[in-house]
Each structure stands twice: as C-alpha cells, then as structure tokens.
Design a binder for this molecule. Structure first.
Ligand code: SF4
Length: 600
C-alpha cells in the first residue's frame, strides 16, 4: 500500500492556468545592459495545417533546459550583463503569431533590452515551422539563431538561412555557446557557429568534432515550463551523448558521433538530488540514446540507488539496446548486462525503451541493426521462418529479463522498411503483444537528412515527398519495393490500433497492467501510458509527438510549403526594419517581396 501511495504521489495534478512564458520576467535594472534570450522549441504543422499545440504536454524538451543551463553559466561570468531567459515550447505554449512576435519585440524595446531569438533543437519535421518563425522574426529585424539535428545535417537549409540573415549552430552548443552570446551582445553574430573545441568522435564514415561534456553546465529547471506538462514532476536529463551503432536511418552518429561521452556522474547524481529536493521531481526520463553504452552508467545508477536508499521517491525511464538483457551466448558478457539490469531496477528504473524495429532479420541487416539479431544469424541474415523465430525468441528473452527485474518494456518498431510486406503492421503489433511488450511505439521509416538512408534515397532519386513537415515518423516519403506510400502509412496506423485495441486497453487499465514480476510502479505507469497512447492514436497524432487536449490557433495556420514560398510570404508581411534594441541589419531576402496572400 505504501508503494501505491508513493507511486500515485508521483503523478501530480497538472495546473490549469497557463501563464505566458515571459509573463514573469523581472524588471530591467536601469543603467545595466540586459540580454533577453527566447529559447523556442518550434512545433510542426498538423495535417489540418494548424500548429500542433496542446493544453498539456507529455514529455518536456531536453534541449530547452540544457540551453537555460548554458545561459545561466554564461551569466555568472558576466557581472556587467543581465541575462534573462525565456523557455517557449510551441507544443504547450502559444504558437508564435505575428502579433506575439510584435509584442515580444515591443516589450523589449520598451524595457530597453537586447533580444535574441534561439530556435532550439530543430528536427527535420520542425524545419518548416522553424523557418516560418525565423523569417517572421527577421522581417521585424530580430536576431535569430537556429540549431538542432536538421540544420546540422542539411546543407541546403543552412544556405537558405544564411540567405535570409539567420545564424546557424552546427552540432552541440556547449563549447561555442559563450562566444555566440558575446557576439550577440556586441551585435556581430556570424552566419554560422560550429564546434571548434572538443574531441574527435568517430561517425559512420569519418570523424566529427564534439564537445567533452564531463564538466558541462547541467540543465536548469524552470517550474513554469514543467507546469505545462501532464506530469509536472517529470523531467528529462542526458547523462551521456553519442551512440556506438550505425543504424542507417539514424543521424546520431553523424551529429553526436559514435564515441559515447558522459557527464560527471557525481554532478549528475547531485543534480538529481537537487531536482527532487528543491523542485519536487520524482520521475526522470534519461534521454541518452543508449544508457547501457555510457562509459559511466555504473556510477550514475549506483548514485541513484543511494538517493533512493535515503528515502527519496525517484523513478526513471531510459533507452537501452537489446544486448543489455542478452543471454550468455551473446556478445555482451553476461556479467555486465546482468549487473546493468539489476542496478537499473535498484536505481528506480520502471520502464526501458528498446528499439526492436523489425521482426525480419533481413530488414535489420539492411539498416545495420544486426546487434538486435542473435549472433549466429548476423553473418548470413535470412528472411526464413527459423531465423524469424530465433529473432523473436531473443526479443522475448530480453522482455522476460527486464520483467523479472520488475521493469516494463517499451518497444520501438518501424514500418516501411524495404522487406516489409502487406499486413506487416498488424503482424508486428501482435508479435510484440505476444512476447509481453508492455508499451509499443510505431514509426514510419523516415528518410532523415544526415542518415545513410537519406543519402541512398537521394542518390537513387527515390524521394517522393519533399515537404519536411511530413518527415515526422507518420508519413512515408520514399519509394518502397512493394507498398505504396499510403499503404505504408496505413500499416503504421494498423499497428497502433492492433496493439492498443479496446480489449488490451481495458485489460491494462482494469488490472493496473497486471504482469507477473513487474513492480507496482511500473504497472501503474504503464496503465496510465496505455490510456494516453490509446487516446492519442484515436485522435490521430503520434503519442510521442503529441499531448493532451489539442488546440487550434487560426493565426498561425500553415500558409506555405517551400522555402521560396515562405520567403515570398513572410518577407511581404512588412518591410524588414531595424530593431531598436539591437539588430542584425536589414534582411536581404533571396526573393522579391510578393503581395500578401491570405491563408486558405
Ligand atoms: S537508432 Fe539508436 S542504436 Fe541505432 S544508431 Fe541511432 S541511437 Fe544508436
């Protein structure tokens, strides 16, 4: 009973009032220079053209608090400067309309502060929305910086931003952040910033310079921001970056490298203790791409276990590869995997996300994800029934291992891989349910810039949809050997519906997900997530990319698709004019201004 009470306390009631992110900004000290930085997570446009925006979010951004931490570190070094930071997440905060951008500009001008707009952590599906915001800010003379995987991986987007006077950050920000802020303060932002100080990390094809993060600033929590989420006692943290694997659909190796770097575990554990004691954080989502591959997981997990022994009510979710739970016959020495599973459970892990991706060994070979397959099948992968059974047996073994430790399993599964055939969605969902997977997230195979799959598709002329807004794991943009794009998308929907059938949903919620071996916290967490996933699937958005209570904002409805159309439209909203608080100069648009066309 005490566990039940403690677990339920972990789900705080979300707040109902939603203050504007910059409502609580303090007054500016007269005579002191002030830089006001808006770190913005752009959303995406939904199929109906409205910005995806929700009453409550589900998973907070990791990038925004990381940038807030870097800004706080910078401010500590500049006694002559006041730095005000605003975290603005379009998934849960008001979409940035022309009127809002005007009010941000007007307030800064009244306060006499300098402004910097940072569009942060932009993924490919967010590119059209980020681009539209950037152009609208530039049209009123605001300095804009854009960073994230998309601009780090896609040279044409970088060239476009340069052509409209927007600064780009390539790669991770830690070692370039202070220089960029200095340049913003002195109104001399360069067209682009890249990592110049750090270590060489291997990629799939060469090396990339990445910052060492052992002593890097840790994220800064913003209670107002967390209050915008369904569970305001949940936050994210990256204890390591990079991934040793080379999956062909993933850009992590190119941007963060294959050499995994970790934060100092003592500082991580101290940060968690402070987050719990001062901010009431009870649930963490470690967004490390693969915690099992972090060189410091042992110390992090032992530190978390110690915090729990000190009677702190802490739980966490994480991502790990299947070898963390592999059996003795596999590549990972049993001792290391066994210790990882046991220690994770002792440290409060209640859910592990594992990318299973496919039940077909040939699909795994095609995507270089052979570490999922049994060792005996890695050199000669086949699509036959025996090989499929061995693969399924390995997946089942991993699920059983985690369940025995009391931890639930959340599977990632991809649809639209080249060897998928009609019916793959339902078949995959049923197989995952049969082997005991507790939660499943399905994704359409997406050709993301910076990945081997994108390069292959471009070289083969196999890209059929160039609207990056639809590179969102729900739409298919390539040419499949046997399935039409619409059929791949239908397989994706079928998979979600089959896994979250009304019957399974009722059973999971009705029995509090009664699975043998699972810890009560894991059971309750999964039952709640089942409910949410079922709701999101039926409302038509991806559970991992959505929230609760969709809202529609007419003022920011999508009006353009291509970069050229965006310049024509947003360049025409008003003539670019200098911003009194500090501008980057007149914007030179690549296209002549066209008459304003009202959105349809
Ligand atoms: S998909 Fe996961 S395992 Fe594969 S390279 Fe990316 S982060 Fe690593």
């Amino acid at each position: 009973m005490s566990t039940l009470v403690r677990t339920l306390r972990g789900f705080a009631v979300p707040t109902f009032s939603a203050a504007r992110p910059d409502a609580a900004l303090g007054p500016v000290t007269p005579g002191r220079r002030t830089l006001r930085v808006y770190f913005i997570r752009p959303s995406t446009y939904g199929d109906d053209g409205h910005v995806l925006h929700f009453r409550w979010g589900v998973i907070p951004s990791n990038t925004l608090p990381v940038l807030a931490g870097l800004a706080a570190g910078y401010a500590r070094q500049r006694s002559d400067l006041c730095v005000q930071t605003v975290l603005w997440d379009e998934m849960v905060d008001p979409p940035l309309s022309v009127a809002l951008i005007d009010s941000i500009r007007g307030r800064a001008a009244t306060d006499g502060t300098q402004l910097l707009i940072g569009l942060a952590g932009v993924q490919t599906s967010q590119w059209p929305r980020a681009r539209d915001i950037a152009l609208q800010c530039r049209a009123v003379g605001l300095p804009v910086v854009v960073g994230g995987f998309h601009v780090s991986s896609h040279a044409p987007s970088r060239e476009f931003l340069a052509s409209v006077g927007v600064t780009v950050v390539i790669g991770e920000a830690e070692t370039l952040f202070d220089g960029l802020m200095d340049d913003a303060v002195h109104r001399r932002l360069r067209p682009s910033y890249a990592v110049t100080d750090g270590m060489r990390a291997r990629t799939g094809s060469g090396t990339v310079l990445v910052p060492a993060i052992a002593a890097a600033e840790l994220p800064q929590l913003d209670p107002r921001y967390l209050s915008r989420f369904f569970n305001p006692t949940l936050t994210t943290l990256d204890t390591s970056r990079g991934c040793p694997f080379t999956c062909s659909y993933c850009a992590v190796q190119q941007v963060m490298g294959r050499t995994v770097r970790a934060r100092d575990p003592r500082r991580v554990v101290e940060w968690v203790r402070d987050a719990h004691d001062r901010h009431g954080i009870r649930t963490l989502f470690f967004v490390d791409d693969d915690l099992f591959r972090s060189p410091r997981w042992d110390e992090v997990l032992r530190g978390l276990a110690r915090l729990r022994r000190e009677r702190r009510d802490l739980w966490f979710m994480m991502q790990a590869d299947i070898e963390s739970a592999a059996d003795a016959a596999d590549a990972t020495p049993r001792g290391r995997g066994r210790r990882f599973v046991d220690l994770a459970a002792e440290a409060g892990c209640y859910s592990v996300f594992i990318g299973f991706e496919s039940l077909d060994p040939v699909n795994l070979a095609w995507t270089h994800k052979l570490h999922n397959a049994p060792q005996s099948d890695r050199h000669d992968p086949r699509s036959d029934t025996a090989a499929g059974d061995r693969l399924l047996g390995r997946y089942r073994g991993a699920v059983d291992t985690w369940h025995r430790a009391g931890v639930s399993v959340h599977a990632g599964y991809m649809l639209g891989l080249p060897f998928d055939t009609p019916g793959c969605g339902r078949r995959g969902a049923r197989a995952l349910a049969d082997i005991g997977v507790d939660l499943a997230s399905f994704f359409v195979h997406t050709l993301l810039p910076g990945t081997e799959d994108y390069a292959r598709a471009v070289a083969a002329g196999a890209i059929t949809n160039h609207d990056f807004n639809e590179y969102d794991s729900m739409h298919y943009a390539g040419t499949h050997p046997v399935l039409a794009a619409r059929e791949v998308e239908q397989e994706f929907r079928d998979a979600f519906r089959a896994f979250y059938s009304a019957r399974r949903l009722a059973w999971s919620v009705g029995t509090a997900h009664r699975v043998h071996g699972l810890h009560l916290a894991a059971r309750l967490g999964i039952a709640v997530q089942h409910l949410y996933f079922g709701y999101a699937v039926r409302r038509g958005w991806h559970p991992l990319l959505g929230g609760l209570g969709r809202r529609h904002d007419r003022a920011t409805r999508r009006a353009v698709v291509t970069d050229a159309e965006a310049v024509a439209r947003y360049g025409a909203l008003r003539r670019p004019r200098p911003y009194e608080g500090g501008d980057q100069g007149e914007v030179e648009f690549a296209q002549p201004h066209a008459p304003l066309v009202p959105p349809s």
